[in-house]
Write a protein that binds this ligand. Sequence first.
Ligand SMILES: *Cc1c(COP(=O)(O)O)cnc(C)c1O
Length: 373
Amino acid sequence: MEKIWLSPPHPGGNELKYIQQALGSNYIAPLGPHVDAFEQKLANYMGISHATALSSGTAGLHLALKILDIGPGDIVICPTFTFAASANPIVYLGATPAFVDSEETTWNICPNALEGTINHFIKKGKRPKAVIGVHIYGMPMQLGAILTICQKYEIPLIEDAAEALGSVYKHKKVGAFGVMSIVSFNGNKIITTSGGGALVSGNEFYTQRAKFLASQAKDEAPHYQHSEIGYNYRLSNICAAIGLAQLEVIGERVQQRRDNFAFYKRELGLIPGISFQNEPADCFSNRWLTCILIDPTANNGLNRESIRLLLEKENIESRPLWKPLHRQPVFKNAPYFGGNVADRLFETGICLPSGSGLKKEDLLRVTRIITCF
Ligand SMILES: *Cc1c(COP(=O)(O)O)cnc(C)c1O
C-alpha cells in the first residue's frame, strides 16, 4: 500500500521553468528578480502593500518581535494551542511568553482569556509588549474581538498566518490585520518554497527594517559598516522561483483542501462523537489540515490514539493535534492563563491526511478505516 502523507508538497507545474530561468541568469544569490517578483505577487494576493521574503516563517516572527523592540524582561502573549515556532522567537529575544487557552469554536486564542491575561500583567505594572495571534490549521482567529482588545490596551497584534495563506476574515485575507504578519512556505504548508517564509505589513517603515535586519544590518556605506546586530534571513532567489510557480496555483490549492474537508465531513460527520473545527460566518478557512475530535465516551474504543494506530498500520500518516505549549517541558516555567480547552483538543483530536494532491481513492482509504472500526 502506497504511503499517504499528512501534507506533502504539491508541484504547480512551472517550478522547473522558473528555476531554470533563475539559474540561466546566474541569479543563484539570496536576492534577485525572482525574489522581487515573488514579494510583489504575494503582497498582491494578500492585499497588503509590502512583503519581505525570508528563509522561514520563524525568522519572520523573530524579526517582527525585534522590530517592536522586544527584549529581556518583556511579556509577549501567545496562544498555548500552536506549534512551538510561534513562541520560540519570544525566547530568542530573552522575553517571556505568556500562554493563553483556546476558545471552543475556532480553537484559537480565547478573547476573554486574552483580556484577563492583559489585565493580570497591567495590574502588576507589566503591560505585555505584543500579542502573537495564530490562525490554527488555517482557521481565522476571532479577529473582531481580538483587535478591539489590542486597541483598547494599545498592544500591537502580530498575526502568525503560517498555516493560513488564503484564509479570509470579513472579506480581507488574514495577515492584513496585524501591524506585521508572517506566512510560511515550509514543505508541509499550503504552498512551499521548499523552506521559506515572509513578513507582510502595510507599514513601510517596518518593511524597511525587516529587509535591513534580514540582510545583516548593513549601513549605507561603500565599506562594511554596522550599527546594529543583523541576521541572514533572506530567501534565496532559487527558492523564490519555486514560490512563484506555487503562487500561481494557490487558488486551486485552497479549493482542493476545502474539498478534502467537505469529503471528510460528509463521510465521518454522522459518526457519534466525531466533530470538526467550526468555520464562523465571518470566516473562510483554507482548511490547511482537516482535524477531527473524537469524544472517547461516545464510541466503543474509538479514540484519537486507536484511530492513529489503525491508520499507521495501513501506511497512512496522521498526527495528534498540537500539544499545548504550556505542557511542553521547555516552557514549563512560563505563565499560563485559561482552562483546559487546549488540553482537551490535544487529548481528543487528530489531523487527517490533507494534502491538496489527494485522490478520491486516497480519501476513501482513510475514511473506510475509520467508518469500519
Ligand atoms: C509552520 C509554522 C511556523 C513556522 O514556519 P517555518 O517556515 O517552518 O519556520 C510558525 N507557526 C505556525 C503556527 C506554523 O505552523
